[in-house]
Design a protein around this ligand. Structure first.
Ligand SMILES: NC(=O)c1ccc[n+]([C@@H]2O[C@H](COP(=O)([O-])OP(=O)(O)OC[C@H]3O[C@@H](n4cnc5c(N)ncnc54)[C@H](OP(=O)(O)O)[C@@H]3O)[C@@H](O)[C@H]2O)c1
Length: 274
């Protein structure tokens, strides 16, 4: 066997191990497999890192809903250019990470701005796993029905709007419209979480953008905030988080966190509530 055959075989074995580890994590999450999962002895470093990163999300038990948000940003805290282009601030590994989080979640949520700029599909394509419910906040009903996730029928899809903007039984393309109360802060994260929990969706993954995630963070409604930082400086663009002004740096949030390398990027998994 040549050296390159050996490299190819090692690569194939590693992929199989990673795929096996991922299947175990999925089974753990869906309660269809083992009651526990551990890093196999002698596992390659990438398999060990995979298990370490996703195990907390795979073995969730739901005494209460869990909300995790993710943003991919530049070194200078931008998630997109001013024109709204965000493909790709972070790299391939972070993209795969978001698909893995989708596969573990019961529902994925984005704000109207993300649908307008990215026309995302919000399905699981880069790993094994089922598509979760897709949820869009469009409180004033500014989005048209032409976006892919309203038309493709790939997964159940909800549009959350103020109740006074929704007629009974109304749809947007194939998506169902759900009316929620008009609160001083807009649609309240607690109303969203309660509406999803009422239909058995207890693990919510929020994929952006910055405005939507900032509102959840401000409301104290996030359990984890995942920020992936790419080694690029955009110098201008849409901000990651925007929170009420503070006066002194010590007033900033300093959460406990876990760090993971994702290719050239660094993922900070901030633990806001245990
Ligand atoms: N790098 C990344 O990780 C990443 C991820 C996602 C998106 N992006 C990029 O980020 C940009 C979009 O982000 P963004 O921060 O501008 O917008 P966004 O968070 O996607 O959407 C914000 C809009 O959603 C509605 N909304 C969200 N939460 C609401 C609430 N609680 N109550 C009422 N309405 C609510 C509002 O729409 P109305 O103003 O219409 O009421 C709000 O203006 C795009 O350029 C996209 O490409 C980057």
């Amino acid at each position: 066997m040549s050296a390159s055959d050996g490299d190819a075989q090692t690569g194939a074995t590693r992929m199989r191990d990673e795929a096996t580890a991922w299947q175990m994590l999925l089974a753990l999450r869906r309660k269809g497999g083992p009651a526990a999962c551990a890093i196999p002895p002698g596992a390659p470093a990438d398999v060990a890192a995979l298990v370490e990163l996703y195990l907390p999300f795979a073995q969730l038990s739901f005494g209460r809903p869990i909300v995790v948000a993710h943003l991919g940003q530049s070194l200078d805290g931008r998630i997109a250019t001013m024109a709204g282009a965000s493909r790709w601030v972070t790299g391939e590994a972070d993209l795969t990470h978001t698909h893995r989080m989708r596969a573990l979640a019961d529902a994925i949520l984005v704000g109207a701005g993300t649908v307008r700029h990215d026309d995302p599909r919000l399905t699981v394509r880069r790993c094994a796993g089922a598509h979760p419910l897709r949820v869009v906040i469009d409180s004033e009903r500014r989005l048209g029905a032409d976006y892919r996730l309203f038309q493709d029928g790939a997964a159940p899809t909800l549009v959350l709007a103020y109740a006074d903007r929704v007629r009974p039984g109304e749809r947007l393309g194939q998506a169902e419209l759900v009316g929620l109360p008009r609160r001083p802060e807009g649609i309240a994260p607690r109303d969203i979480i309660a509406a999803l929990a009422a239909s058995g969706r207890h693990f919510l993954f929020i994929e952006g953008g910055g405005i939507t995630i900032s509102r959840f963070l401000m409301a104290g409604a996030l359990d984890r905030l995942q920020i992936t930082v790419a080694p690029v400086i955009l110098g201008s663009g849409k901000p990651s988080l925007t929170l009420p002004e503070i006066v002194e740096p010590h007033q900033g949030l300093r959460p406990r966190l876990r760090r993971f390398s994702l290719g050239e990027d660094m993922l900070y998994d901030c633990i806001l509530h245990d």
